[in-house]
Ligand binder design. Structure first.
Ligand code: SF4
Length: 451
């Protein structure tokens, strides 16, 4: 059987989709190639959120067409994911070496289409149609390349988004919100726990909208909180995370869940995008600065140790210096533990791309730098406060930078590296923090095992 290599661009949702496609292909007898040079099938799972990500994937495919196709004409080349969805056949017109274009509701059809291409029944396949029920097809797991050693896993709970923020292409590439059932998600989580998983991250483009249309509010709890409660019941599961929520969905029921559900870790990534009400309105975000800051206050009241991260966009069309200063002041007030800053990138067919008052690159770059220095200073001070304290970590495996050390994550989502060994993998431990780098904490080897 052929071997497959999938290169993933973009977010955790894309990582998860790639894993599910790889696992589906492995179940059909495919092997996983170590890299492009020994793969019979090379798939690029693409991202459309920024123009840069699209250009990178297009450039990569152009290289593959020249470098790989020239020596191995039978290699199958394909695009899948968001750019495949938004550009469809245009990709083959532009790059005739591409054999397969698989949209975001068609991942589960990869094996079927590859079979047809290998059998010579079809030359090129483009499928970007909508498919009912496709949200339930992202369910297979590889768990660390099939070695069954992973102690963390991602579970897709929904697809799509109905928010239509004016800068965002996701509602067009991922479609309308479609949620899986609680029973289905719990079954998948249970299976993962049976295979040794200790921590599950529930994934979706807008998880706080989970089940809004299909699952009624019960005792004041939204469908998403009901899902958290059901997953929390799973015996053997130690930790629950989720990403990405929308500030609009951070109701009192969700804030209270952090206090009630001990497996729900003290960590929240809540994209704010801007600190200016005028910009938030133009972005169609659906909340004000005050509402956002209120959520942060509420979460810190329930869990003072909570780690809060966010996303910002700088240089949105029409953003004045005054608007930007509102963003700087929000960053100071919110005291984020981590923040990801993006320079606004126009996406075709989105309302913001058509807005007048597009800002020059120099302004975006300058605001990016100013915001970066504010958020870095705050994050670094918050990081340093861990030195001398003991924290609880779940040990995930060897450190990526130095395989001789082990790496774990605190409940508030900070990476801790320490001198450990393979026997610590999967354990919940207490570690004394002796040093803090820019993004990593270093733990004392004198660890006390809690598990
Ligand atoms: S909430 Fe807004 S930014 Fe997030 S996926 Fe939906 S449209 Fe995009």
């Amino acid at each position: 059987m052929p071997s497959v290599y999938i290169k993933t661009y973009g977010c955790q949702m894309n990582e998860r989709d790639s894993e599910a496609v790889a696992a589906q292909l492995v179940a059909k007898g495919y092997s996983l190639a170590r890299g492009e040079s020994d793969a019979d099938v090379i798939l690029l799972n693409t991202c459309s959120v920024r123009d840069y990500a699209e250009q990178k994937a297009l450039g990569k495919m152009e290289n593959l067409a020249v470098e790989v196709r020239r020596n191995r004409p039978n290699v199958v080349l394909g695009f899948m994911g968001c750019m495949a969805q938004s550009r469809g056949r245009e990709l083959i017109d532009r790059l005739p070496d591409v054999d397969l274009v698989l949209g975001t509701q068609k991942f589960h059809r990869a094996a079927e289409y590859l079979d047809e291409i290998f059998a010579g029944r079809r030359n090129k396949v483009v499928d970007v149609a909508e498919e009912r029920g496709s949200e339930s097809t992202i369910r297979e797991h590889l768990l660390n390349g099939n070695s069954d050693k992973s102690v963390t896993a991602f579970v897709s709970i929904m697809q799509g988004c109905n928010q239509y923020c004016t800068f965002c292409i996701v509602p067009y590439t991922r479609g309308e919100e479609r949620s899986r059932t609680i029973a289905e998600i719990v079954m998948e989580c249970r299976e993962l726990v049976g295979r040794g998983v200790k921590e599950i991250t529930l994934l979706g483009q807008i998880v706080t909208s989970y089940g809004k249309r299909d699952i009624p509010i019960k005792e004041g709890k939204s469908a998403f909180v009901q899902l958290l409660e059901a997953v929390h019941e799973i015996e053997g599961l130690e930790r629950i995370r989720f990403t990405s929520p929308h500030p609009k969905g951070y109701g009192d029921d969700l804030a209270a869940a952090y206090g009630r559900l001990p497996k729900l870790v003290e960590s929240a990534h809540i994209p704010v995008q801007s600190g200016s009400d005028g910009m938030l309105k133009r972005m169609h975000r659906g909340y004000t600065r005050e509402r956002y800051l209120g959520i942060i206050r509420k979460l810190r009241e329930v869990k003072p140790e909570i780690g809060i991260s966010t996303d910002f966009i700088v240089g949105f069309p029409g953003e004045t210096e005054e608007d930007f200063e509102q963003t700087l002041s929000l960053a100071r007030e919110a005291q984020f533990d981590q923040a990801f800053i993006f320079k606004y990138s126009p996406r075709r067919d989105t309302p913001a791309a058509m807005m007048e008052e597009q800002l020059p690159q120099e302004v975006k770059a300058e605001r990016n730098q100013r915001l970066l220095s504010v958020v870095n200073e705050i994050a670094s001070a918050r990081f340093q406060k861990f030195v001398g304290r003991k924290v609880q970590i779940l040990v995930e495996g060897p450190s990526k930078k130095n395989a001789a050390r082990m790496m774990g994550r605190t409940r508030c989502n900070r990476i801790v590296v320490f001198e450990g060994s393979e026997r610590h993998r999967g354990q919940i431990m207490e570690v004394a923090i002796i040093r803090a780098g820019p993004f990593t904490l270093y733990g004392d080897p004198a660890i006390i095992n809690l598990a």
